[in-house]
Each structure stands twice: as C-alpha cells, then as structure tokens.
Design a protein around this ligand. Structure first.
Ligand SMILES: Nc1ncnc2c1ncn2[C@@H]1O[C@H](COP(=O)(O)OP(=O)(O)O)[C@@H](O)[C@H]1O
Ligand SMILES: [Mg+2]
Length: 212
C-alpha cells in the first residue's frame, strides 16, 4: 500500500524540518523547493521571465537574478501573479511526474515479488504552495505545519537573515496558516521544540501506516 502526504504550511513554519523527520521514518521526499529551483533554470522559463519582466532580471550567464526578482514580486502582487503563471505549471507537472514515477516503481517492486515484506510505502510532497497549486487533491492526506505569527516572523528573520519588514512581506504574500488549516487532515503544531514536532510526526505516521 502506498500513502501520499502533502506537507504544507506558510514560510518558515517548519516544513523542511518535518519532511526530514518523515524521511527518517522511511518516506520518500518530493521537495517542492528543489523542483522550483530546477524550474527556474529551465531555458524556456528563463526566456518567459525575460519577456515578462525584462533582461535585467538575468545575469551575464543568462541565469536568474533571484534576489532582484524576489525584491520585485514581494512588493508587487501583479508581478507575483505573472511569475506564478510562468513557474507554476512547470512545477505542478514535475511534481505530478515524480509522484507517478514513485507509484510506478513501488508497484513494480511489489509485482516482482521484491520487498514483499515491505507492505507500506510512503511519499511526502513538501510544498509551500501545495494548496494554491491545487495539488492537495493528489494526496491521501494534507498535513499543515503551524506556528504563531510572532514565532514565524522570528524564525524566518533568523533563518534567512532578513529584516522584519522583508520577512513580513514574504509572509503576507502567501495564504495564511489559518486558511491552510481549513484544508488540513492533520495540523502539526511546531511552536515548541523540534523534538516535540518529531513526536507528533511519528504519531501521525504510524496512524497513517495503520490505515494502509
Ligand atoms: N521547533 C522548532 N524550534 C526552533 N526552531 C525551529 C523549529 N522547527 C524549525 N525551526 C527552524 O526554523 C526555521 C524554519 O524551518 P524550516 O523547516 O526551514 O521551515 P519551512 O521549510 O517551512 O520554510 C529553520 O531555521 C529551522 O531550523
Ligand atoms: Mg522548506
């Protein structure tokens, strides 16, 4: 049996931390951040960005000037929408492809009699924009990582070394935690220490495994 988890939540709530714990429990990770970075290197995407925003957003090697584009889109809702229209279809299709590849290989392993003792396969999609990209319909369960707004601001400023104003802009550009929670099968409260998050994840993981 294969179970798919869509792990989401606002920026710096602890998705990467949570997905690391799920990997330690044997889940395969489909990392939305890694996929987004790959998509931002795709020549067709870079060309679309050049057309939409201008050549000054690419450097001499033709690579994306991430910080410059970030400064634009986090201050301009329309520009963010335009960038999402370029990036999201490519990210969505890569995530779908990786999920399909995982399911196919899991079935093949089982069909060949290999790993018959392993009756449970788990895959987790770590995606900040899972719901916005309508990928939550692909997974068995949506898990939302939640923390208070104050703690989110503090962790984001510390992790990315950015000002309070810039951190707040990044938070405001995304769907709020409260709204994400309305789509959740599981809400993980990451306001305490990482060990506490690990315990919640183990509990939910074994509950899910029990259903398989
Ligand atoms: N329970 C916790 N207590 C303290 N710091 C945490 C906790 N969980 C995560 N962090 C830290 O907060 C920051 C954001 O976590 P991260 O997993 O990168 O969030 P996301 O992937 O959702 O953006 C990181 O620096 C991480 O090490
Ligand atoms: Mg992350």
């Amino acid at each position: 049996m294969i179970k798919t988890i869509g792990l989401t939540g606002s920026i710096a709530t602890g998705k990467s931390t949570a997905s690391k714990y799920l990997q330690e429990l044997g889940c395969t990770l489909i990392d939305g951040d890694v996929i987004a970075r790959e998509v931002a290197e795709d020549p067709r995407v870079l060309q679309a960005i050049r057309v939409a925003f201008g050549g000054e957003f690419l450097d001499d090697e033709g690579e994306l000037r991430r910080k410059k584009l970030g400064a634009l889109v986090f201050n301009d809702e329309k520009a963010m929408k335009k960038l999402n229209e370029i990036m999201h279809p490519a990210i969505q299709s890569k995530i779908r492809d990786q999920l399909k590849a995982f399911k196919d290989s899991s079935r093949n392993r089982r069909a060949s009699g290999f790993q018959v003792e392993k009756a449970f396969d788990c895959v987790v999609i770590d995606g900040a924009l899972l719901i916005e990209m309508k990928l939550h319909s692909l997974v068995d369960e949506v898990w939302v990582v939640a923390i208070t707004k104050e703690e989110q601001l503090r962790r984001l400023m510390e992790r990315d070394g950015i000002s309070k104003t810039d951190a707040q802009k990044k938070i405001d550009a995304q769907m709020s935690t409260e709204e994400k929670e309305t789509f959740a099968d599981v809400v993980l409260d990451n306001s305490r220490d990482p060990e506490d998050l690990r315990e919640q994840i183990e509990q939910e993981f074994f509950r899910l495994k029990g259903k398989a």
